[in-house]
Design a binder for this molecule. Structure first.
Ligand code: R7I
Ligand code: MG
Ligand code: MG
Length: 349
């Protein structure tokens, strides 16, 4: 489809759910042989399975809250979104939430709370979390707001409800921007795609809070920019091993060690790769490759899925995979509603 087509919206939201559901199998595994990944993916084609056998985790649970809030309020409403996160957590606490964020979600359910951003600020001795929980649920912001300035602003605020460290919320901004660009067809020119992201993040990471957090945590001056330069370097190499990707970019639970990694997975899989089946299209390659990195597989595949889905569109996703994943049908339908909201906003209505 063309820029911002309905197919791209559906692709983004559905592939994010697939990445989460399919990636859950390997979350936390240190080494994942590609053979195991392919076996897992082939098992999804088995007709006797299907009907949502793979449950989604916190990644999708929270993204669904973001989607419902943006749709119901026709824009960003922090109190509404916070209330939905808290309600979702208390209804299904066993979805695999990060150990720190649980405290925030419990506090957010208190009716006495006056500032919904305060519980997140209290995390980790007042510095806030740098986990990837803000980034894993950031894609819907790109599907609700056509203007990249809004995408950045609201992805930031939405992440701040649980992640007040800049190394957490800037990961959400980066992920939302990547989905935004992909929706516009920007992955047709991969080198321009990565350089645009670097330019954007140069600006995002130039504020005082970011420079301060980076100094305290002994990271590069602009941590996400530095990682995106590494992504760009890896893109220019003729051969890159999984081990090199993990050591250069990471596969962990910190936003800094997973968002640039997810972006790399998408870029690397734009073309066929020796380690992946020839009959796989780009979307399938991206998901398979993300899982083979091990570590935080559900989240990396979820984020890579959103970016790749926005590029390839819904037609690139195997029906058998959709059938196996809890929440994929809902994502398909919600994508259409987001597409309508996005178009209303583009037309200034
Ligand atoms: O970021 P968050 O929501 O977790 C998301 C991850 C995804 O992989 C999901 O699939 C799920 O499995 O969890 O949850 P947080 O608790 O805010 O952060 C995740 C973890 O990162 C924490 O439990 C800590 O181990 C670590 N972490 C920190 N450790 C030390 N200092 C995050 N911030 C800090 C910190 O400032
Ligand atoms: Mg999860
Ligand atoms: Mg995870």
């Amino acid at each position: 489809g063309g820029p911002a087509s309905l197919s791209r919206f559906r692709g983004a939201l559905v592939a994010a759910v697939l990445g989460d559901c399919v990636g859950g199998e390997f979350e936390g595994a240190e080494e994942v042989p590609m053979e195991s990944v392919l076996q897992h993916l082939i098992s999804l084609d088995d007709d006797t399975k299907g009907n949502g056998i793979l449950e989604y985790s916190d990644d999708t649970a929270m993204a669904r809250c973001v989607v419902q809030s943006l749709l119901t309020r026709a824009g960003f409403d922090e109190r509404d979104m916070a209330r939905r996160f808290a309600k979702e957590y208390s209804a299904s606490p066993g979805r695999g939430y990060g150990s720190g964020v649980i405290q925030v979600l419990k506090k957010l359910s208190s009716p006495q709370l006056s500032d919904v951003y305060q519980p997140a600020r209290d995390q980790f001795n007042g510095r806030g979390s740098f986990g990837n929980g803000g980034a894993m649920r950031a894609a819907p912001f790109a599907l609700a707001f056509p203007d990249p300035a809004d995408v950045k602003k609201f992805a930031h605020r939405g992440a701040m409800l649980t992640h007040s460290c800049s190394l957490g919320y800037n990961g959400a901004v980066l992920q939302a921007l990547a989905v935004h660009l992909s929706l516009q067809g920007a992955l047709d020119l991969p080198l321009k795609f990565i350089s645009t992201l670097i330019t954007q993040m140069e600006d995002v990471e130039s504020d005082e809070a970011t420079l301060n957090d980076a100094r305290i945590l002994k990271e590069a001056e602009k941590p996400f920019c530095e990682r995106l330069h590494r992504v760009s370097d890896l893109m220019h190499r003729s051969k890159v091993s999984i081990e090199e990707v993990i050591s250069e970019l990471g596969n962990g639970i910190a936003a800094l060690h997973s968002v640039p990694t997810a972006i790399f997975c998408v870029l690397h899989c734009l073309q066929p790769r020796e380690c992946l089946p020839e009959n796989y299209g780009g979307l399938e390659r991206t998901i398979a490759y993300s899982l083979a990195l091990g570590g935080d597989t559900d989240t990396i595949a979820c984020m890579a899925g959103a970016i790749a889905g926005a590029h390839y569109g819904i037609e690139a996703i195997p029906q058998s995979w959709i059938k196996c994943c809890e929440g994929a049908e809902d994502a398909y339908m919600n994508a259409e509603r987001l597409h309508m909201l996005y178009q209303q906003t583009s037309q200034g209505g």
